[in-house]
Design a binder for this molecule. Structure first.
Ligand code: FPP
Length: 244
């Protein structure tokens, strides 16, 4: 996946700053091939790795992916454990190559319920890549948009209770600073492969003015031309942010 094949130098000047993806369709991708669902997640994690490289190559600044939702715990234990295993493998392998590529890794979500060794790995990867100034990749893990908003409200309430701030100071700008995405721009473009036309509790706060792009392609089939097509569709949208 190299930038010059898909975009002209002029186009590269107009990339969305922040792209987010719901990585849906892994299970169906595997089923179509007569493979277990977990094979789809394995392929999906490779797709994620390639997608992050592509975003980095074309100069996107932030790439946020939905890896595991607060609702995904309802899946069979074996599937949950394979997804966690893939994440662990990715983190172990990614540490050096990501820093080499100047990619910063962040996590959105409540990782405190994950196994201790995962938490340690997450903390290490975050710390090691902290100074990287290229693409920032946000992996949403045990993440839910409503939970994120409730967490921010709770933090604000605690500050009021402690006398640190007055209730009137809780504006939407103030709450932005309490989201996992504090200091980051909102996503310009949210891509959902897999054919479903819903938001599924993903970045509810941050997506107020995001453009959505839905496609029937399954996540493991999302390649460079598919991402380029989504970006081209985004360029044709007329973003008004509530104005005229
Ligand atoms: C949705 O597809 C996908 C998930 C719930 C898991 C996504 C996880 C990965 C891509 C692997 C690990 C991630 C990283 C960041 C290395 P689905 O299973 O709901 O598909 P279906 O709708 O076809 O059943």
């Amino acid at each position: 996946m190299t930038e010059n094949t898909y975009f002209t130098p002029e186009e590269l000047q107009h990339m969305p700053r922040h792209i987010a993806c719901i990585m849906d369709g892994n299970g169906r991708w595997a089923k179509k091939r007569g493979l277990p669902r977990t094979a789809g997640h394995k392929e999906g994690s490779e797709t994620f790795r390639r997608a992050a490289e592509f975003m980095s190559d074309i100069g996107v600044e932030y790439f946020t992916v939905y890896a595991f939702s607060t609702e995904n715990w309802k899946r069979p234990a074996e599937e949950v454990s394979v997804i966690m295993g893939l994440l662990e493998k990715y983190l172990r392998e990614a540490i050096s190559s990501m820093v080499e590529k100047n990619i910063r890794l962040n996590f959105f979500g409540d990782v405190s319920v994950l196994p201790k060794k995962m938490q340690k790995l997450i903390a290490e990867t975050t710390e090691l890549s902290r100074k990287c100034s290229g693409l920032t990749v946000n992996v949403c893990l045990n993440y839910g948009g409503r939970q994120e908003i409730a967490r921010a409200a709770r933090m604000a309430a605690e500050r009021v209770q402690a006398g640190e701030i007055k209730a009137e100071e809780i504006t939407h700008e103030y709450l932005c600073g309490l989201m996992y995405s504090a200091d980051m721009p909102d996503p310009d473009l949210i891509i959902r492969p897999g054919g479903e036309l819903r938001v599924s509790n993903f970045l509810l706060w941050q997506s107020a003015y995001s453009e959505y792009y839905f496609t029937d392609k399954l996540w493991p089939d999302m390649d460079a031309p598919a991402f380029a097509e989504a970006i081209r569709a985004f360029w044709h949208r007329n973003r008004r942010f509530g104005g005229l």
